[in-house]
Design a protein around this ligand. Structure first.
Ligand SMILES: Nc1ncnc2c1ncn2[C@@H]1O[C@H](COP(=O)(O)OP(=O)(O)O)[C@@H](O)[C@H]1O
Ligand SMILES: [Mg+2]
Length: 337
């Protein structure tokens, strides 16, 4: 890991216990058999201070699970999360309280993460209350400041979430996340639930807040358009693993992993002249691998347009660093330098 690493995942795995389908009558009577599902499987990441680091991949690839691990919403089954040199994946009580001042998460669904029975003011002030800031007058001022920071009128403090638009709800989520002035924001699909025109405004707001408050962002998205708009570097996830990681320029101009290529082909182009810049590769119509019984070989094999017989014979390809600094896990896409 590089010296510059600020937020790191070090060989992190998150396994969930799930009921196994099938099995005999006796097994069902005993409550079925449980298996382990590795939603995040041996992931290592290095995020630099001040960076906008994107995690991209299709639905079910493990992005939310990884986001929750990075923000210490959940703890890993294996491996460690390290923030500024300190392991944050263990510890309790006071440790966690001080951690909330350093790292915050904005959850995937802007609507359901707001309590419908609380006013916007109470929602935004909740972290302050939990952190022990009880002064009534101070709290009112802080709420007004936070609403202003996300460009909401101060009188929104007395309104309820039900009266807000999707974009306004997301602004409230961001204001709440900023309440304790964290250094790191983990944003899980921050614009996916919003109309396209609103998406652009929320992304612009996030970028302005980042500059003003010297924040580090981890942005989870299934949308490469969002990556292109705001990210410095990007990790591509497939089936619980990172298959390619590098700068946005590297991945956009010259994707090395076949899965990255298929993701890029799916981006809508704004101008016809852009079409030539984007490689057109489609994934095969293969079945998705099973999380319960994952293959030993490359998990993208069943859908890979570039697969070779060796991919079936060899073990899962290691994520190997190339001369240009990016990392790729693919037997077929050989280093170019
Ligand atoms: N609490 C959980 N219990 C069991 N399985 C889970 C749980 N959370 C996520 N999963 C499973 O882990 C996989 C990855 O999910 P998730 O991290 O939500 O992916 P993404 O955000 O990329 O859509 C999915 O197969 C999902 O069903
Ligand atoms: Mg998700």
């Amino acid at each position: 890991m590089s010296d510059a690493a600020f937020l790191q995942a070090d060989a992190v795995t998150k396994a969930f216990k799930v009921q196994r389908k099938g099995g005999g009558l006796m097994q069902s009577l005993r409550g079925g058999q449980t298996s382990s599902l590795r939603a995040v499987d041996d992931v290592s990441l290095d995020i630099a201070r001040g960076e906008v680091f994107a995690i991209v991949g299709e639905s079910g690839s493990g992005k939310t699970t990884l986001a929750n691990l990075l923000a210490r919403v959940t703890v890993p089954t294996d491996g460690r999360i390290v923030l500024d040199g300190e392991e944050i994946s263990r510890g309790t009580g006071v440790d966690l309280r001080s951690l909330r001042r350093r790292i915050q998460i904005v959850f995937q669904d802007p609507g359901s993460s707001l309590n419908p029975r609380q006013t916007v003011g109470d929602i935004v002030a909740l972290p302050l209350k939990l952190a022990g800031m009880r002064g009534h007058r101070d709290r009112g001022e802080r709420i007004a400041e936070l609403l202003e920071a996300v460009h909401l009128p101060a009188d929104f403090a007395t309104r309820y979430p039900v009266s807000l638009s999707g974009g306004q709800k997301q602004r409230v989520n961001v204001a709440r996340a900023l309440a304790l002035e964290p250094n790191v924001l983990v944003l899980d699909e921050p614009t996916s639930a919003l109309d396209v025109s609103v998406q652009a405004r929320i992304l612009a707001l996030l970028m302005r807040l980042k500059q003003e408050r010297h924040l580090t962002y981890v942005v989870v998205t299934h949308n490469f358009g969002v990556v292109r708009a705001i990210a410095d570097r990007v990790a591509v996830m497939y089936f619980g693993k990172i298959v390619e990681v590098g700068t946005v320029e590297q991945l956009m101009a010259d994707p090395r992993h076949p899965y990255t290529r298929t993701l890029l082909s799916a981006i809508p182009v704004v101008r016809e002249s852009e079409r030539a810049l984007i490689p057109s590769v489609e994934a095969r119509d293969g079945e998705l691998p099973s999380f319960i019984d994952p293959p030993r070989h490359c998990s993208f094999y069943s859908r890979c347009p570039s697969r070779q017989p060796q991919c079936l014979e060899r073990a899962y390809p290691a994520l190997v660093e190339r001369a240009d600094g990016r990392k790729v896990s693919c037997h077929v896409s050989a280093p170019t330098t």
